[in-house]
Ligand binder design. Structure first.
Ligand code: IMP
Ligand code: MG
Length: 180
């Protein structure tokens, strides 16, 4: 068991889903997207910062013409639950009208973030709009929203690594871990 300990505090992270397992699953997700989209150009919108590692791995396997952009929204403080309000901290650099957009996000938790974001982006005239998340915690949902592509459905556990943080740390871990 791989344990990561942060200097100065006694929180530790236990590996839960190995890098190999995560990346095998991401390849399967990408294969599904390839089957569904064919050679239709796809515009990936990564939600910063949590989606960075996931999106990097996912797009390696996509076969259609791909363009990427990023957006940063905040609804989460340094705690463990989203606030219900989102603010756009960094907006897209390109217009999405007429594009097939795939939102790439780390976790669908309460759903508040993606619910509001979907509303914002729908008004900008994308040709189609789908959501791909690495992790889904359906038992936590308070808003009516589901992802089109889900890596792993998980229980109500707080995870870090593979891009995901606790108070901005642990994003670099190459596996998905649980805080203990
Ligand atoms: P939602 O608005 O509650 O769906 O929150 C989604 C966002 O909360 C995700 O994009 C994550 O950034 C963050 N989040 C939710 N659960 C976790 C977790 O277990 N670990 C790290 N971040 C999380
Ligand atoms: Mg996030």
């Amino acid at each position: 068991m791989q344990i990561y300990r942060n200097e100065g505090d006694n929180m530790q992270v236990k590996q839960w889903i190995s890098q190999e397992e995560v990346e095998k699953r991401i390849a399967v997700l990408a294969e599904k997207i390839n089957e569904d989209m064919g050679m239709t150009p796809l515009h990936l919108v990564g939600i910063l910062k949590g989606s960075v590692m996931f999106m990097s791995q996912l797009m390696k396997h996509l076969q259609m013409p791909v363009t990427i952009d990023f957006m940063k929204v905040s609804s989460y403080g340094d705690g463990t639950e989203s606030s219900g309000n989102i603010s756009i901290d960094l907006d897209l650099s390109e217009d999405i009208s007429g594009k097939c957009v795939l939102i790439v996000e780390d976790i669908l938790d309460t759903g508040r973030t993606l619910f509001k974001l979907r509303d914002i982006l729908n008004k900008r005239g994308a040709e189609s709009f789908q959501i791909c998340v690495l992790l889904d915690k359906p038992s936590r949902r308070v808003c009516e929203i589901n992802a089109d592509y889900v890596g792993f459905e998980i229980e109500d556990k707080f995870v870090v690594g593979y891009g995901m943080d606790y108070a901005q740390e642990y994003r670099n871990l190459p596996y998905i871990g649980i805080m203990e």
